[in-house]
Design a protein around this ligand. Sequence first.
Ligand code: SAM
Length: 328
Amino acid sequence: MKSTPVEELFYEFDETTKILQDELSCTYLDALGETGENFFQGKVMQEEISEESKKVLTKHYTEFSLEKYEKEAIRKAYQLSILKGMQQSVQPNHHMTPDAVGIFVSYLVGKFTAKQKELVMLDPAVGTGNLLFAIMNQLTDKNIESYGVEIDETLIRLAYAGANLQEHPLSFFNQDSLEPLFIDPSDVVVSDLPVGYYPNDVRAAEYELKAENGHSYAHHLFIEQSVNHVKDGGYLFFIVPNNLFVSEEAPNLNDYLKKYTHIQGMVQLPLSMFKNEAAGKSILILQKKKDGVEAPKKALLVQLPKLSDFEATRSVMEQMDQWFKEEK
Ligand code: SAM
């Protein structure tokens, strides 16, 4: 049976990653980042490799041509390899944004920025870059220049190699996003936020959304940092827990959002995508206030059905299209 482009690509990534993992005595994920870079450079970049493996790897890197593949095929194969690596070394912080979420966020970014052909986009929790790449691959009618910030070195190396493989113009910063960011304000922020407590109380004290007592919520501070780094009138799209507005810190968050942003909507992702109801997530959409920009008459509040429920999905899409006609 003939293999698909994604299977062919996955095979190449997987074979070469396994060799590098052995040679470098590192994790699959770290080796994947290395092989991604090697494919991009067309040669073995690591010095501590046996001659025999170097020969085999070089054959892969020189004879296999990535150019004939579509960016989405490269993203999907790379994503499969990352998932394989994540299964081998389970780390609580290693989460990749799933495809279905990427598709919805791309749709929303496309709709809210319909009139803009040039976009500067920031993801302050870029992880493997999967969410950002999914958006860049979908919105091909725009020129998108992106910035990604990530605290985890393994993940940002994967993101960096992934951006090169897909030839996306992206700049990466390996740092804590809640420390000062040396990035100009962007047109759009998209981010699948890390949820939980932020351990650095001294840094948290710089934020309006700091907790009165104890550690602050990282996801609240991320929202504030993102609002600080988007242009006036710019849009922000966050993947957040469904219960964002019911914690004891929620009133502060509400006041903050009312002061600096117009809440455009909250789109609840299909519950079937999550382990249980408590783990459910939504896409929160904000617009930073700007002189002359009004709040929507009513916010876009929808609950997305299972994507496989074609009729229900179509009806919700029509409802959303109607909202855009009336509001934008
Ligand atoms: N969208 C990403 C993807 O597709 O791979 C996944 C994002 S994941 C849900 C959240 C990310 O935030 C994790 O990769 C985590 O390492 C990162 N993170 C957590 N705290 C951070 C901080 N203070 N600064 C920067 N990144 C942070």
